[in-house]
Design a protein around this ligand. Sequence first.
Ligand SMILES: Cc1ncc(C[n+]2csc(CCOP(=O)(O)OP(=O)(O)O)c2C)c(N)n1
Length: 581
Amino acid sequence: MELLSGNEAIAQGAWEAGCGIGVGYPGTPSTETLEAFAKKEAVYAEWCPNEKVALEVGVGASAAGSRVLATMKHVGVNVAADPLFTAAYTGVNGGLVLLAADDPGMHSSQNEQDSRYYALAAHVPVFDPSDSQEAHDFTKAAYALSEEFDTPFMIRSTVRISHAKTPVNTGEKENYQPKVYEKDPTKWVMMPAYAKLRRVELDKRDAALSSWVEECPFNIIEQRETSKGFICSGAVYQYVRDAFPEASVLKLGVTWPLPKQKLESFANMVEDVYCIDEASQYLSSQILALGIELSQTPHPLPAAGELSSRALRLAFDDTEATTEPEAKLPARPPALCAGCPHRLVFKELARAKCIITGDIGCYTLGALPPLAAMDTTVCMGASISMAHGFELSYGESEHAPVVAVIGDSTFAHSGITSLLNTVYNQGVGTVCILDNRTTGMTGHQGNPVNGKTLQGRQTRELNLEELVKALGVEDVATVNPNDMKATRQAIKQALEAKDRLSVIVFRSPCVLLRDSFVAQAPYYVNGNCTACGSCISLGCPAIEKNPADGTASIEASMCVGCGQCSQYCAFEAITQSEGGR
Ligand SMILES: Cc1ncc(C[n+]2csc(CCOP(=O)(O)OP(=O)(O)O)c2C)c(N)n1
């Protein structure tokens, strides 16, 4: 018995099933799965530049005969949707399992999606574990089933399942012998003539899966008192058990396809049957579509956000709201770290009154006050393409300079094609690539730009400047973003060149990178401070405003000695302590 997070349990289950190849792109809450898998004995695992590439590598390895695990967060499934939908047609050779980790409540995501809609639309069976044991067992079982039914399987988790640790009975590793690849264009070449044939196979498979799911032991009826019955899956099962321990439950471990007969017999068994959904209507809409009537909770459940046992109890008895107040914790808004190399870029872009199309990464925090220097954030890679869209819309009219800001990992993920589009279509504007030498936001994963691979194999770093030039950008500069004057100057020059596209690569390591960032002696505020607030406006968490007189002070334990703030002080009031740390 081991205490494992859902992510670790999925990695363990895959490994026990003889899965030898893991691919993915980081994204909360999925990231630790591939990291845990990469540490297993005799496996190969790699981070890919994006989820589409990862799944395609996975489809290739499966076609060749290996068992494969592909991991990503829910929005990553959007990126991988193209190969996913067609892999459902080709089917597999070695078992192929895709982890789609959803984030109801958007703890760390740009939207709230339910990946089971993908399973439904792509005709890919989906397992929905409700704890780490099920995450382990379902994943392990998915490989043989993937081969039996000739389809990828999806494991859909949510943040609570991925991150909560619960006990797991682990098992032995299967001695899986990779399958032999045999050339078969009718299965692997999805041109219309063959795809039409595979479509017929897919329909036959749907029918076979619909029979299998009725008997699948992962859908469990727990009969207790029968006045109320709950249909649920995943983390919601835990909330239901906590809120209504006496009630009967149909726990669905498979949420596509659904076991129609089992659902019907459960509905007949209880007086009122409720389907409890979290942040989407996936389950209830599918059950209603099967013709099964569902009761409405007396008070509506929240349509969005994470559920809780409290929210569930309130849906039946809202008087409890007054007796059990929600914990009121002080707000702790996220902020760029003290010394973050992204900070001055935003400060200077805001100073230049730019329209800033942003992207996804730590630097998205540049949108928050006091920097408040971002106009848009939509999805990975969108900064550069949206900047081009702004420029197209403004055309020749007088307008504020448009600047795209994108991180190194995000640029490799999907920024490169966006930049290629701007070059190809003779777009103008400025692109800032914030190369902090890592995929910071998701916990310092390797990427093609920093040249660090998941299992520490030797490889090469991508030369961003050379790549950008090769794409056709002539105006390329490299700047240290901790140097205020150099940053200001580079931005000024790029903005003045209105008739062409400029790229500035801002390069300085993330302050949390232990192997490349060296903290310097901290700075302190001396008696020259006039309370002008200039340093405070940087939003550095190490700088505080003294409530009594408005002067600044620096918390030495947080200061990493970057010196950014001292460059903004017109009174020489910020000086570095003598000696090292
Ligand atoms: C399609 C998609 N995949 C993954 C993620 C998760 N994610 C958010 S930001 C990020 C990477 C950020 O790295 P980088 O661009 O280098 O910026 P940094 O955080 O280092 O500043 C990732 C992987 C996501 N939001 N969307």
